[in-house]
Design a protein around this ligand. Structure first.
Ligand code: BDP
Length: 665
């Protein structure tokens, strides 16, 4: 099926001169080094050229003289760097490793799919981030936590899936955009998944690791902090208990015997009812370092999540603030983690909302390795039933200035490891794929997976550039297709924000499943996610002066930016301040009128999206068109529901009428 191929469509190219150019440039290929990764690269090249141009290049090993393209490993290059130089006499693709060569080949194919001119091409690519990772939230019962594209491709009925081809195809897709690491089980590790590090499953972990390794991807496992109890028969998981330490050392030794290429462990501890060192009065450095010591002899890493907060807090207590939690827990530990530990930090202080400020831990921590964590799965962003292009949101995060070392210390510089000279660094995201025939449920959600890989390889790419590449590869080069699809995807994040929760407030969603509007769903709950709307105003006061003091977690420049209502950016106003409905925004509108206007506008924007999609029907196969159309119909219904519930709620609270007298119930 077309959409299974995602952005690797490799549609036949009819333009004769272009075909001839490619056939000439890539007629004979000499490859000196051979191994399974390079074999994957050559398979891909032959397959792609066969599909697009209708020929397979001759691949030789030694006849440099009569070959047009020479592919080789260059030991002077950085491991993932590659260069491509193409001209009509002799061309070169050099990589610092086999993996780099694979990336170089995918790069070439990406250009050919877009029918870019290749003769005279000269490029040098080095990824900005060393580790570029995907987290699967797959459970062994076959479900996917926050999965919106079917069941797991990894597990079924507590066994590894028999469909290895599917995993192979996934590995190929990921490597085509430069992903080089993956965890294959949910951060919430239940008893059954605790056994992934035992002989019950290790042989299959190894088989899975082998599949990913062929595509240059290193496999990691999420572990249960209480494994010493759950699978070890101990009565404690205290990190300072010698029996617990011995347990993990044995585990590490055995795991590496069976899966020598394992990257390491990912840990969610003391969070949302998961066990952790707090139970034993220990801190997170003690917990992480104990594991790190066990993993160290094998080069294993310990990825430790900072998503730690009290999900049982008293909503009556206005002084506790979930947004503060990660910083409060981890900042005092800066510098106390071992070298093979890396902290994984969600992009915002809360939880993947449509709009949040950047986590102050990024730019706060100076002596600790760190990963930035995004969520490609659209948990709070329409769950792959709504069309939302996420790269514009992530771009804002990456470009954010933390002022950690003065002006210009952006998030992208910090997470790349450059600013604080970290020995482990990178970006991670929660996957959005499942066993649906098109991987992502919503066909357009493929763009978020594609874009994630491209963006973290090179954070300087713009959201437009990424969308454009993807459109051409996925739907072809026709100018109408490009124009309409760009108009559909580019404003889609803002559109979603318009009809959902306003001005950085977040969370007005249904409890548990997090889909659709629910005005007070979380308001009187223990999760720490409130909007504090009453008849006078709304928003959370997080200032130092009168609020929770969250603003003090930022460096001075951002502290004062957010602290003052006058300077706080409108889109985050209600995240930082509690204001009257009549408060005037920088746009000149009152908060209440802004809420009404954006909610009507958001629905209109979905309507316009639908018209544009309609106009695309003759440019693609019926199945892909119809699939997206059905989801857009639903999106419109759901957007209206959001509009009416949010507007009505704030109208009834405030008693202030809409200036334009539109229907508010
Ligand atoms: C929240 C999800 C929850 C995850 C948690 C996490 O609602 O399912 O387990 O994040 O990141 O967004 O651990």
């Amino acid at each position: 099926l077309t959409s299974y191929r995602a952005w690797l469509q490799y549609n036949p190219i009819n333009q004769q001169d272009y075909r001839e150019e490619i056939m000439h440039l890539l007629s004979t290929i000499c490859v000196k080094d051979r191994n399974e990764v390079i074999d994957r690269a050559l398979d891909e090249l032959s397959f792609g050229l066969d599909q697009m141009i209708g020929y397979k290049p001759a691949v030789v090993r030694n006849e440099e003289d009569r070959s047009m393209l020479i592919i080789m490993i260059d030991p002077t290059y950085k491991a993932e760097m590659y260069t491509i130089n193409l001209n009509s006499e002799k061309s070169m693709l050099r990589g610092g490793s086999s993996r780099a060569i694979l990336y170089g080949v995918f790069h070439l194919l990406r250009l050919i799919q877009q029918q870019s001119k290749l003769t005279g091409l000269s490029i040098k690519e080095v990824p900005k981030n060393a580790i570029r990772m995907i987290n699967q939230w797959d459970d062994m019962n076959g479900s996917v936590e926050r999965g919106y594209a079917g069941e797991s491709i990894f597990y079924k009925d507590y066994q590894f899936s028999k469909d290895r081809q599917r995993i192979y195809d996934y590995a190929r897709l990921l490597s085509s955009v430069g992903i080089n690491a993956i965890t294959i089980n949910n951060v919430n590790v239940h008893q059954i998944e605790s056994k992934l590090i035992t002989d019950t499953y290790l042989a299959e972990v190894k088989q899975t690791s082998d599949i990913f390794n062929q595509f240059g991807i290193t496999l990691f496992l999420s572990i249960n902090y209480a494994a010493p109890i759950e699978i070890g028969g101990l009565d404690s998981a205290d990190p300072l208990d010698p029996k617990v330490r011995a347990f993990w050392k044995d585990i590490a030794q055995h795991v590496y015997e069976v899966v020598p290429n394992l990257g390491g462990f990912l840990v969610k501890a003391d969070s949302e009812n998961r066990p952790g060192p707090f139970t034993y009065g220990r801190n997170h450095a003690e917990g992480a370092n104990m594991l790190a010591e066990a993993m160290e002899p094998y080069g294993g890493k310990v990825i430790w999540r900072c998503f730690v907060y009290n999900c049982k807090q008293d909503w009556r207590d206005r002084t506790t603030d979930r947004a503060r939690a990660a910083y409060d827990h981890f900042m005092p530990l800066d510098g106390s983690f071992n070298d093979n530990v890396v902290l994984q930090i969600k992009n915002g202080p809360m939880d993947f909302q449509v709009r949040e400020p950047v986590s102050p831990l990024i730019g706060g921590l100076e002596k600790t390795n760190q990963f930035l964590e995004f969520q490609i799965a659209q948990e709070y962003l329409g769950q792959q039933r709504h069309l939302v292009y996420l790269i514009p949101q992530w771009k804002e995060v990456l470009e954010f200035d933390t002022f950690a070392k003065g002006e210009g210390t952006t998030v992208k510089q910090i997470v790349s490891g450059d600013v604080f000279d970290n020995n482990i660094s990178g970006i991670v995201a929660v996957s959005n794929i499942g066993n649906d025939y098109n991987w992502t449920g919503h066909t357009i959600a493929q763009l978020n997976l594609y874009g994630y890989g491209r963006l973290i390889w090179n954070p300087d790419l713009t959201a437009e550039e990424i969308a454009l590449e993807w459109i051409k590869q996925t739907f072809g080069n026709h100018p109408t297709v490009i124009k309409l699809l760009m108009e559909i995807v580019m404003p889609s994040w803002e559109t979603y924000e318009n009809y959902t929760s306003p001005l950085g407030i977040g969370w007005m969603v249904n409890v548990n499943h997090h889909y659709g509007p629910n005005i007070d769903g979380y308001e009187y709950m223990a999760w720490g996610t409130y909007h504090f709307a009453d008849r006078n105003g709304l928003g959370v006061d997080r200032t130092q002066e009168t609020g929770t003091g969250y603003t003090s977690q930022y460096h001075q420049e951002n502290q004062s930016l957010y602290e003052q209502v006058e300077t706080c950016p409108d889109e985050l106003l209600l995240f930082f301040h509690h204001v009257p409905y009549t408060h005037k925004l920088k746009s000149g509108k009152t908060v209440i009128q802004h809420i009404y206007d954006t909610h009507f506008q958001g629905v209109e924007q979905v309507q316009s999206m639908m018209e544009k999609w309609e106009a695309l029907s003759s440019f693609m196969d019926a199945k892909r068109h119809q699939d997206v159309q059905e989801r857009l119909n639903h999106q419109l219904e759901n957007a209206k529901e959001w509009r009416d519930i949010i507007n009505t709620y704030f109208y009834r609270k405030s008693g202030i009428a809409d200036r334009h007298n539109r229907t508010i119930y």
